[in-house]
Every structure is written in C-alpha cells, then in structure tokens.
Design a protein around this ligand. Structure first.
Ligand SMILES: Nc1ncnc2c1ncn2[C@@H]1O[C@H](COP(=O)(O)OP(=O)(O)OP(=O)(O)O)[C@@H](O)[C@H]1O
Ligand SMILES: [Mg+2]
Length: 242
C-alpha cells in the first residue's frame, strides 16, 4: 500500500534520508525503530506529504506522493498521522476535534460526522469525555482523542510518530491498548516507537533505521531478539537498558 523506492531527503547540506526502500502492505503493522536523529519522523512526514523529497519515489496504492500536487490533499486524508504531542485544538471539545476534519475537509454532514465521531470516541473508551476540552483530559485520553480524530477521516493507513513518548508511564498502556485493537481489526499502520514490547507483540515487521538508512528489517521477533547487524544490536542494548 505504501512504497518507498530509493528516497532521498536533505535539509540544506544535511542528507537525512539516504536512499530508503521499504513498503507497508495492506493490513500490516510495521514498527520503525532507531536512534534519535536517524530520520524516522522525516520519513513519516515525507510519506504524508508534510515534507518534500528530492529523489526516489513514494507511492500510496501506486499513486505518487508529491507535495506540490493537488492530489496531496486527498492523500493526507487517506493516510493520516498521529503525533507525539497530540496537537488537539485547545478551545474545542474532544468531539469537535474529532469531527473537524470530516466536516471541513471532507464535507461530511455534521450529524453523520458526529455520530461517527461518538462511535470512535466510544471505541477509544472516551464516551463520557466527548464534551471535555483537551485541558480537562489526561495525556493518555488526549492521545486517544487524537487517534479517534485520525480514524474519523476513514483512512487506509495511519502513521504514528512516537505516540506514547510524551506520556507519563502509567498512561502509556491505555494508548498502546487502543493501537493494538486497531491492529487486530486489520488497520494498516506504520509506527515509530521506542516501545519494544509493543513492536514485538503487535508489529508484523520491524525496520531499524540508522543514519538515514534502513539498516535491518524483518519479522519483529527476529529483528528484536536475533538482530543480524551490529548497529541494531547496539541500539537494542541501549534501549533495553533504560
Ligand atoms: N526542518 C528541519 N530542518 C533542518 N533539519 C531538520 C529538520 N527536521 C529534521 N532535521 C534534521 O534531520 C535529522 C533527522 O531528524 P528526524 O526528526 O527525522 O529524526 P528522528 O529519527 O525522528 O529523531 P527522534 O527520535 O529524536 O524523533 C536530524 O539531524 C534533524 O536535526
Ligand atoms: Mg522523531
């Protein structure tokens, strides 16, 4: 569904993606791991058209992702993103945050969007919080609203950029639980995460990125327990020690 071929991206002189090849198939959960600065967020942002890339090709269902093309708007709706910091509108309730995209971007009738929005909040365990402002929600609840908001666009796939790393440890589980449920339902997901247990249990495949390249990839269990590359082993040792 999502395919990257020899993707290069630079910020001025700094080459951040140095020829990325990878794909995410329909219904697959792919976890992307790697040290800070290795280019994980940049990769997701290129897939979502938030950043341009200079070389190579990114396609979603065989259509080219091109930031300058009018089609990018539709692509952003078909592959939505969940960020580390939830980016909710502070003066809008949970439900208003969820229905904003469907109503204003997709032109869904308000009643239909609200019905769907309430279903999604219920699915995230937030039925009673629909009318709360973000400030009146915990970090874990805000992140679940952000996931409901991503789902409200009825996407083909969701990109998650470290969705739990800004949360207090006791709130991480509820967000990972919600993501696990989505995975079980067959949602296509590309997840940047430092949660190795999640990657191992929920991930079909793991990609390890280092210095702008995918150094190793394979079945989650294999990459996380018997990595082939020294750099992957180093990284895992450091992460698992924390
Ligand atoms: N807008 C930008 N302008 C210039 N350099 C940038 C920009 N965004 C990212 N970079 C640089 O690109 C490199 C990769 O950044 P990126 O955010 O993709 O890393 P990451 O793997 O997501 O790291 P982290 O785990 O800390 O989130 C870093 O060296 C970063 O400083
Ligand atoms: Mg990042």
């Amino acid at each position: 569904m999502i395919r990257l071929q020899n993707v290069h991206k630079r910020f001025e002189k700094l080459e951040v993606l140095k020829g990325i090849d990878c794909e995410v198939r329909k219904g697959e959960v792919v976890c992307l791991i790697g040290a800070s600065g290795s280019g994980k967020s940049t990769l997701l942002r290129c897939i979502n058209g938030l950043e341009s890339y200079e070389d190579g090709l990114i396609t979603i269902d065989d259509a080219k992702v091109d930031r300058r093309d009018a089609s990018i708007r539709d692509m952003r709706q078909s592959v939505t993103m969940v960020f580390q910091r939830f980016n909710l509108f502070p003066h809008r309730t949970a439900l208003e945050n969820v229905v904003e995209g469907p109503i204003h971007v997709k032109g869904e009738p308000r009643a239909q969007a609200e019905e769907h929005g309430r279903e999604l909040l219920a699915k995230m365990g937030l039925s009673s919080k629909a009318n709360n402002l973000p400030a009146a929600l915990s970090g874990g609840q805000q992140q679940r609203v952000a996931i409901a908001r991503a789902l409200a666009m009825r996407p083909k796939a969701i990109l998650f950029d470290e969705p739990t790393s800004a949360l207090d440890p006791e709130l991480v589980g509820e967000v990972l639980g919600a993501m696990r449920e989505l995975a079980d339902e067959g949602m296509t997901m590309l997840v940047v995460t430092h949660e190795m247990a999640f990657a191992r249990e929920v991930g079909d495949r793991v990609l390890f990125m280092d210095g702008g390249l995918i150094v190793e990839e394979g079945p989650a269990e294999e990459v996380l327990t018997e990595p082939r590359h020294e750099r992957t082993r180093d990284f895992l040792r450091r992460v698992l020690k924390q």
